[in-house]
Design a protein around this ligand. Structure first.
Ligand SMILES: Cc1ncc(COP(=O)(O)O)c(C=O)c1O
Length: 364
């Protein structure tokens, strides 16, 4: 196939395997979504929507609403059909990309697709932020530095002072630092106020997680006006579907439901984390997100064992340094109970298998 760039034909697909299960805990979605009365209101508004017309070029009305909600100048707000698309746009605009490792795979995947030079600095022990190494990297030829905080796929939270020191290093080296706050609602703090007025720092957020609108596909960047203008230009025009803008505008009118959902998820996250401490072979890491990273003796066996019991999680063991890792989204209490039950059943089954050869010897 000569019509397409050769490197694209050789690139592996985005690492996601679709599977069906009764309990879906594989994509860090909210188990709650819009409350029923808002869904009814959305249906009424959708019925009035002139779908024969294009939506606005860059969802300008929605960007204004987000600007009000966030207290950010509207010219610095960029809306995309998912924050993924904004990441792709920034990677396309960047002469090079700096990342940490492990990290959200979409940064590296976009860089490889777009042939943007890419460097990743490994995290320190217990997924700590490698300040010295990153500061050194930020003295090199500038580009865009992506840092997810809270961090995915580990669930770690980097202290604001440490992230701020990287913002300073980025500014000093003329890098653009994008703090990806996809999960900020589940964490103790965020960096928006520190980022405000700093032209070398942008904040990326999404409606897919705490807002419970993953199916609507909407995310946004808060940045300096010049950065925002370039990012907007890199996105396809008329790219945010009108029904999406409608759903997100409605949610922004009633943000109270989000805090409630987040509180439930945080409580459940702590419960699941604590209960897993009794698991004989799985180790969960503390999390400031809506998921837990769990190291198991064998990720394939854990994934299949859970799936067999109706629980779908995500394998993470393809990521260097995360051998044996799976990631489970925090669901409703009933879903989490099912997950825990399955996790402990698997342990029992494993123990049974270990005993079998001994028993067999005993019979001889
Ligand atoms: C850190 C991080 N950034 C961005 C995204 C993408 O979110 P969106 O649904 O807005 O494309 C995700 C999704 O999982 C994520 O984990």
């Amino acid at each position: 196939m000569k019509a397409l760039k050769p490197h694209l034909l050789a690139l592996p697909d985005y690492p996601y395997t679709m599977a069906q299960a009764l309990i879906k805990l594989d994509q860090n979605e909210s188990p709650y979504g819009l409350p029923p009365e808002l869904k009814a209101e959305l249906a009424a508004r959708l019925a009035e929507l002139p779908l024969n017309r294009y939506p606005q070029m860059h969802a300008e009305a929605l960007a204004e609403r987000i600007a009000d909600f966030e207290g950010w100048p509207a010219e610095g707000v960029v809306v995309g059909p998912g924050s993924n698309t904004i990441i792709f746009a920034l990677v396309a605009a960047a002469p090079r990309v700096l990342d940490v490792s492990p990290s959200f795979v979409h940064y590296a995947h976009s860089a490889h697709l777009l042939e943007t030079p890419y460097q990743a600095v490994p995290l320190g022990p217990d997924f700590s932020l490698p300040l010295e190494e990153l500061t050194a990297a930020l003295t090199g030829d500038p580009g865009v530095f992506f840092l997810p905080n809270p961090h995915t796929p580990t669930g770690a939270f980097f202290a604001p002072e440490r992230v701020s020191s990287l913002c300073q290093a980025a500014a000093g080296g003329e890098w653009l630092m994008i703090i990806d706050e996809a999960y900020y609602q589940f964490a103790p703090a965020d960096l928006k106020r520190q980022a405000q007025g700093q032209e070398h720092v942008g904040i990326l957020r999404t409606f897919s997680k705490a807002w419970g609108l993953a199916g609507a596909r909407a995310g946004y960047l808060l940045a300096a006006a010049e950065v925002a203008r370039v990012a907007r230009n890199m996105l396809p025009p008329f790219g945010v579907p009108a029904p999406t803008a409608l759903a997100v505008e409605l949610a922004l009118e009633h943000p109270g439901y989000v805090a409630e959902a987040v509180e439930k998820v945080r409580r459940e996250r702590e419960r699941v984390y604590l209960e897993l401490k009794a698991h004989p072979t799985w180790k969960a890491y503390p999390s400031h997100t809506n998921f837990l990273l769990i190291i198991t003796p064998d990720a394939a066996a854990a994934y299949q064992g859970l799936l067999k019991r109706g629980v779908l999680v995500r394998r993470q063991d393809h990521i260097p340094g995360l051998e044996g890792a799976i990631r489970v989204t925090i669901g409703t209490p009933v879903e989490n109970d099912a997950f825990l039950q399955a996790a402990f059943d698997i342990a029992k089954e494993e123990r049974g298998k270990e005993k079998e050869p001994e028993d067999a010897t005993g019979e001889d």
